[in-house]
Design a protein around this ligand. Structure first.
Ligand SMILES: Cc1ncc(COP(=O)(O)O)c(C=O)c1O
Length: 446
């Protein structure tokens, strides 16, 4: 049992966190090993530094307890320190982690994971999602003999690697020649996709997109995009890093009844333990293998790619999903939260300025100013009021651990936060903000 989170007397500063953030920035560029967790993403003096977590609750260096949303950049779909994962990982550690030849566990995990995708034949596991998406890009280039990659520009992130970052607003260090090999297309717009292939004839190796984000696919769009790619000799790569094990354990491809050529998974498949996967049809994946006559592709081969912890976690996650109907629970809880928050905003007459959006298992919130323009200062204000009331909410991405009580407490915090938000809409946000506003992660200057 956890103690009730104290929402009375909200703090305006987290003194220990301020000191820790200074030290973090002194030794880690950006103050965090993942930019999206950086101090610039949080209200200035209310950027907690976490000590530990359990379920959907975390405790920070100031001794405060919070309900967490976002859950490790969406990786932790069951909950922190989830007992079956702790057990599975502990057993794996006790049996040794990395051997001179493949472990039996590698085969068990591969067969079990592929069992979720009857249309796929082969898998390579690795550690980060970026390893998997970049391997998919390499494979598509090798299979097609083409160099250009097209990704959907309405989808925020596919990789830390050059082929992707070179096309984003922070491309320093990436050679111009590499940047020129990436092109982009808008979501749900078949005409633009077709035009892209016309503009780059016989150049595009693959298109990469997510099945669904905040934007849902128009009826028939995903299949038509697959057909378009194939008509032009390109592969269709579906990135299921977020949708996998959140929309369904078989991915959004199952929900939308589509068959990509290659698909990439990560995040929730290990419930926070690092593991990701590239899955696909044999005709493509085998190029990374030994049973073919083509030029070989160096397709994912890292020291830790097959260590046992991630594989053990994956198997435990699949077991839990089979027993617990996790994705339905995520949807139910997300829907409750979305409905309650929407009602609070509507009651205050500010529903056009603050609201939630997205799939119930992957909710975000939008913050708009008095002119209904997207506003980082208002985002900061909302986060400031939530942090000080014991809720860490850079989004409303939930986990299986978010109980009705957690949602009720969150809605209490939202009610108080939107009272301040409403006043700020009338009086100006500056009078309520206690520090500089947050900024987008990807920007060319600090
Ligand atoms: C859709 C999507 N694809 C790929 C990635 C890259 O995964 P990783 O950060 O594990 O390298 C992310 C990470 O946020 C993502 O959201």
């Amino acid at each position: 049992m956890v103690d009730r989170i104290d929402t009375s007397n909200p703090p305006t500063v987290l003194p220990e966190a301020v000191l820790y953030n200074e030290r973090l920035q002194a030794v880690i560029p950006g103050g965090a090993h993942t930019y999206a967790k950086g101090p610039d993403q949080w209200p200035e003096s209310l950027a907690p530094v976490i000590e530990r977590g359990s379920g959907c609750h975390v405790w920070d260096v100031d001794g405060r307890e919070y309900i967490e949303y976002g859950m490790g950049l969406r990786a932790v779909a069951l909950g922190h320190a989830w007992p079956s994962i702790v057990d599975a990982v502990s057993r794996a550690v006790a049996n040794g982690l990395n051997f001179v030849r493949p472990a039996k566990l590698e085969l068990t995990a591969a067969e079990r994971f592929l069992g979720l995708f009857p249309h796929f034949d082969m898998v390579k596991f690795t550690k980060n999602g970026s390893d998997a998406t970049t391997a998919a890009v390499k494979l598509a280039r090798a299979v097609t003999g083409r160099d250009t990659i097209a990704f959907c520009r309405d989808h925020p992130f596919f990789s830390v690697d050059d082929w992707f970052i070179g096309a984003k607003p922070m491309p320093a260090g990436i050679p111009q020649a590499i940047r020129e090999l990436t092109v982009t297309f808008p979501y749900n717009d078949l005409e633009s996709l077709e035009q892209l292939f016309v503009n780059h004839p016989n150049k595009i190796a693959a298109i990469m997109l997510e099945a669904e984000t905040m934007l849902t696919p128009e009826p028939g769009y995903l299949q038509a995009a697959i057909d378009c790619a194939h008509r032009h000799g390109a592969l269709f790569i579906l990135d299921e890093m977020i949708t996998g094990f959140r929309w369904h354990e078989r991915g959004a491809q199952y929900r939308h009844n589509i068959v990509p050529d290659l698909a990439t998974f990560g995040k929730a498949i290990g419930n926070g333990v690092p593991i990701s996967a590239l899955v696909g049809k044999r005709e493509f994946m085998e190029r990374g293998g030994l049973r073919h006559d083509h030029e070989r592709v160096f397709l994912l081969s890292t020291t830790h790619g097959a260590e046992s912890i991630g594989l053990a976690a994956l198997l435990a996650v699949i077991d839990d999903y089979e027993q617990l109907d996790v994705c339905s629970h995520l949807v139910t809880q997300g829907q409750k939260l979305a409905a309650a928050v929407t009602e609070v905003a509507a009651d205050r007459g500010i529903g056009e300025h603050f609201g939630v959006a997205g799939h119930p298992s992957n909710l975000i919130f939008f913050t708009r100013d008095q002119d209904r323009q997207p506003s980082q200062p208002f985002r900061t204000l909302f986060m400031q009021e939530m942090v000080s009331r014991g809720v860490l909410a850079p989004s409303f991405v939930i986990s299986y651990s978010h109980s009705d009580e957690d949602i009720t407490r969150t809605v209490e915090a939202v009610t108080a936060a939107l009272t301040v938000y409403e006043r700020a809409l009338n009086d100006g946000v500056e009078s309520y903000l206690r520090g500089r506003p947050v900024q987008p992660v990807m920007r060319p200057r600090a």
